[in-house]
Design a protein. Structure first.
Length: 463
């Protein structure tokens, strides 16, 4: 049984067709010409269209084109009193399911319509099946054939329909936010907001205000009441990136929200109820930070209901070829440039590189090659890994990367790393002539994260 639209300018022909087709329990709609058929196609869902070719206001081929534009799965059968080879070829080339001549045998029309309904059903089931596979795999954006990536996609598929809190771990640039968005997109909360915040980009006071909101006069500069991101994400998903950088005070407030679903704005005594799913990401080892007293143990166990770990790119080298192809397509689309492929030498060079910046660095390398190279094929020389490659593979000292890092028999590791980070930021800003947006892009940081680090290290534009 199907929904059938019969298009013919002759009322008797429409009645004959409708009467025959109702014997198979089909639901029938009628249209007397091209314009009426187009209106009906726009307003209703059909399984099959049967249309005459010659009508006063147009041709059946026009109905065919409109039907295919509205729904590519819709089967269209053309009827004509004057059959020609040219018309038959043109109708089939345009996507017609079948081509019948008048006068027709009722049994032939009924059999053709049954086959057309079955074809439409199969096409639509195939589309639904593909959608289900995409949901099962998590998302087509999470590429990789390694066992670790298969496990990541399987966990996304299992956890997405639930309301569980998820802890996403992995190095910088491994795609933690992509995973978070995939979970949200495949969850019941998908129609609601997805709100992301980088916890490392704010000072302690500003982060609490950003997450929980504040009342007017709560602190210096709070000249008006402000809603926090938890309230903004009500009934949706809040993604806390680099949650390992949160202060203990902010952690305590976060734990309260996760426990009782209430937020307390800075400077307020009245809690507000929110319904938010929290997804958390960090590149740090939270268990280690718990032992060091820098992260609350009760919050850690509350966040790590379902852990998902993203492996670094150097541990999934077999995926580099496929990822490079994906990024070539993305970059070509974003830059509106012709599609290019990587040469065998370029691909081999990438597969021997350790990628400290992971997926983000790979995409940046390909984007740079697209912009700076005019070759139709991206070659090894278009991928300037150079000193970074040597340093990443352990073939050089800290000075090989151009950094003046102090070294002694004993030293403060945190201070050394901060010294190196500050110097790298200054050098990058120097190379971009002070352009902070470009410097942030080169370092794989958000603009707000760079601004926070400039304040943290007291770096001024003059430097």
């Amino acid at each position: 049984m199907g929904r059938i639209l019969v298009v013919d300018d002759e009322p008797n022909m429409r009645r004959i067709l409708a009467s025959n087709l109702r014997q198979d329990q089909h639901q029938i709609w009628e249209a007397s010409g091209v314009e009426e058929a187009q209106r009906s196609l726009a307003a209703n869902d059909f399984d099959v269209v049967i249309t005459d070719q010659k009508m006063p206001d147009g041709e059946g081929l026009t109905v065919l084109a409109s039907a295919r534009e509205n729904d590519p799965t819709l089967a269209v059968i053309l009827l004509t009193a004057v059959a020609t080879i040219e018309l038959a070829v043109e109708s089939m080339r345009s996507g017609a399911f079948d081509f019948l001549t008048k006068p027709f045998q009722p049994e032939v029309v009924r059999a053709t319509v049954r086959r057309a309904c079955e074809r439409t059903r199969l096409l639509r089931e195939n589309i639904l099946l593909k959608d289900a596979v995409v949901r099962l795999e998590g998302t087509s954006e999470i590429y990789g054939d390694s066992p670790a990536m298969h496990e990541v996609r399987e966990r996304i598929a299992r956890v997405a329909p639930t309301h569980a809190t998820v802890l996403i771990t992995g190095e910088t640039g491994t795609g933690k936010e992509v995973v978070a968005r995939a979970i949200h997109r495949n969850s019941p909360r998908a129609p609601k907001p997805f709100v992301a915040v980088n916890c490392a980009a704010f000072t302690e006071t500003l982060l609490e205000s950003e997450l929980f909101g504040h009342e007017k006069g709560a602190f210096t500069g709070a000249d008006r009441q402000r809603q926090g991101l938890f309230e903004a994400a009500h009934e949706g998903t809040l993604f806390l990136d680099e949650a390992g950088e949160m202060s203990l005070a902010a952690q305590a407030k976060l734990l309260r929200v996760l426990t009782d679903g209430q937020v307390l704005r800075v400077g307020s005594t009245r809690p507000r109820r929110v319904d938010v799913r929290v997804l958390v990401a960090t590149h740090r080892n939270l268990e280690k930070r718990v032992k060091e007293g820098q992260f609350r143990e009760d919050l850690f166990y509350r966040l790590a209901v379902v852990p998902i770990h993203l492996p670094p790119l150097r541990d999934r080298r077999d995926d580099i070829a496929g990822l490079s192809d994906v990024f070539c397509h993305q970059v070509a689309t974003e830059l509106k440039m012709p599609r290019r492929r990587l040469s065998a030498e370029a691909l081999a060079k990438l597969q021997h590189y350790r990628f400290p910046g992971n997926l983000r660095e790979l995409k940046n390398l390909i984007e740079r090659a697209y912009i700076l190279s005019s070759n139709q094929e991206i070659g090894a020389d278009d991928l300037p890994l150079g000193q970074k490659e040597a340093a990443a593979n352990g073939n050089g000292s800290a000075h090989a990367a151009g950094l003046s890092i102090p070294f002694a028999d004993s030293f403060d590791l945190t201070g050394v790393l901060e010294h190196a980070e500050r110097e790298l930021i200054v050098r990058t800003l120097t190379s971009t002539h002070g352009a902070q947006a470009e410097a942030a892009r080169r370092m794989g940081l958000s603009r707000s994260a760079l601004a926070y680090k400039l304040t943290k290290y007291g770096i001024r534009s003059a430097e």
